[in-house]
Ligand binder design. Structure first.
Ligand SMILES: O=P(O)(O)OC[C@H]1O[C@H](O)[C@H](O)[C@@H](O)[C@@H]1O
Length: 523
């Protein structure tokens, strides 16, 4: 069944939100906190190791209630059941959207065209498991009978960003294999990666859902030629594996049939790290950790599917995002993980969010006259504080922020961790509270700068009232990382439903590709 076509701006809830916005926009977060000492507790949601604090947002209980009505009027509940149920919600491509099936740890079947896809998924998972075990244990031998030391993932977009981000995020859990990523068609990228590699001990994983992507095929061919400078054709079977839905083209490339890891059309590239696209993750951290990543995602799926909207973390994140995007006019969102391991998270989320919700036509094919997907950016704190946070604190734009932090560090260096977390809390507090004239006055007086108080005052005042979510997680484990990624995936889904757009196609990237082919052919 198709998704409903409902213009969100024509709902009763939207009108109420408009009026409510007029009433609340001047209210300062300081006064919301002063008026309600238990605001933090009242606006915090818990899930497993997660505690998500929404209190530093420009919202009241009334805001949430109107936003939930918006979700109800746009029939979010019905859309969620279509999403998990395998309906063709990617209507423009005639496909289901079932990355959730890839991590389904329940015994429930998942039907695509009336066929249960779970047996196929489980079979593929065991193929990933046995291949991983062979390579990690050293049983898998290269053409000169040596074990594998290095793995190169050749892919781009969804076939690169997810695995690259997760391998980096789970570095602490890594085994001895060195995992590298080649994505850019820039020949210097591939050269830099292969220059120190030994073909005898390197495994190449070519990842392309379509197996038509120019960058990936060009890089794969270049690497194949480099490999064949020292090895013969028969050696390819020991060093090249492929992940794709396009089995014919993979075979034409010369990949051994048993080295093909299938994927499915109902998995979008930007949501595919849970599939065979995650093979390099499994190789890097072992299958058990890869499986925990899936389990964590599944647990968040269950939370999202079953919790009432008021207690539902992805739903709340999505609704609050809409509040800023469509009522406050925010253009961007910043993602700030206070963990060096998550430095690539925002690059990954940029694709997931911007490729999904960067649309300007509604589900009826009509031009939209309201805002849709926002611009996503960010990098690891505290580095961000010494770079761009000035603009978030005192610039003219309102930029809602997601602070992501962990209660425990992995190596247990307490002094560092306490300093890191002090910064984590300080940033969101500074954004929310700002610094008043009186406080600046007092500071300058204490510094003995009596003469320059008047002159410096306007520059030192922080307006504050800048919103943020605080996502506090016990520890960076594979399972918690799975939940975190899944949380954002569902936020994307909810926003797409409410904005009445199709989130799972990406025709916008095609024109540039076509032109590049033409320009190259006519050079
Ligand atoms: O996995 P592939 O078929 O090679 O696609 C790689 C990437 O290419 C495209 O440009 C799409 O916009 C991305 O969504 C996709 O992830």
């Amino acid at each position: 069944m198709a998704l409903k076509n409902i213009n969100p701006t024509q709902t009763e809830a939207w009108k109420k939100l408009d009026t409510h916005f007029q009433n609340i926009q001047a209210t300062h977060l300081r006064s919301l906190f002063n008026d309600n000492p238990s605001r933090k507790e009242e606006f915090t949601l818990k899930f497993n190791d997660f505690s998500v604090d929404f209190s530093k947002n420009r919202i009241t209980k009334e805001t949430i209630s109107h936003l939930i009505s918006l979700a109800e009027e746009t029939e979010l509940k019905d859309a969620i059941s279509k999403y998990f149920g395998g309906d063709e919600i990617n209507e423009t491509e005639g496909r289901a959207v079932l990355h959730t099936a890839l991590r389904n740890k329940s015994n429930n079947p998942v039907l695509v065209d009336e066929q249960n896809v779970m047996p196929e998924i489980r079979e593929t998972l065991s193929k990933i498991e046995s291949f991983t075990n062979e390579v990690v244990s050293g049983n898998w031998k290269g053409y000169t009978n040596k074990s594998i030391t290095d793995v190169v993932n050749i892919g781009i977009g969804g076939s690169d960003l997810g695995p690259d981000m997760v391998v980096d995020a789970l570095k602490y859990y890594k085994n001895h294999l060195n995992v590298h990523f080649v994505s850019n068609i820039d020949g210097d990228h591939v050269q830099e990666v292969i220059k120190n590699l030994n073909p005898e001990t390197t495994l190449f994983v070519i990842v392309s859902k379509t197996f038509t992507t120019q960058e990936t095929l060009t890089n794969a061919q270049t690497i194949r030629k480099w490999f064949l400078q020292t090895a013969n054709e028969a050696a390819i079977a020991k060093h090249f594996v492929a992940v794709s839905t396009n089995l014919k083209s993979v075979a034409e490339f010369g990949i051994d049939n048993s080295n093909i890891f299938p994927m499915w059309n109902w998995v979008g590239g930007r949501f595919s790290l849970w599939s065979t696209v995650g093979l390099s993750i499994s190789l890097a951290v072992g299958f058990e950790n890869f499986n925990s990543l899936l389990t964590g995602a599944f647990e968040m799926d269950e939370h999202f599917k079953n919790e009432a909207f008021e207690n539902n973390i992805p739903v709340q994140l999505a609704l609050i995002g809409i509040w800023y995007n469509n009522f406050f006019g925010s253009e961007t969102e910043v993602i700030l993980p206070y963990s060096q391991y998550l430095n690539k998270l925002s690059a990954y989320l940029q694709q997931a969010i911007m490729e999904s919700n960067g649309k300007s036509v509604d589900r009826n094919g009509d031009k939209i006259d309201y805002q849709t997907g926002s611009i996503v950016w960010g990098s690891a704190g505290t580095n961000s504080q010494h770079a761009y946070m000035q603009l978030v604190h005192q610039g003219t734009k309102m930029i809602p922020a997601d602070f992501i932090g962990f209660e425990e560090s992995l190596y247990g260096n307490q002094e560092h961790h306490e300093k890191l977390m002090a910064n984590f809390y300080a940033q969101s507090q500074a954004l929310a509270e700002g610094k008043t004239k009186d406080e600046v006055h007092l500071d300058l007086k204490l510094d003995g700068k009596f003469d320059s108080i008047e002159k410096l005052m306007p520059f030192k005042v922080f307006e504050g009232n800048k919103p943020s979510n605080t996502i506090l997680i016990k520890k960076l484990t594979p399972s918690n990382l799975g939940s975190l990624i899944s949380m954002y995936e569902h936020k994307i889904f909810v926003q797409g439903i409410i904005w009445n757009i199709f989130s799972y196609d990406q025709f916008g990237v095609e024109l540039g590709k076509e032109l590049a082919h033409k320009i190259y052919a006519n050079r």
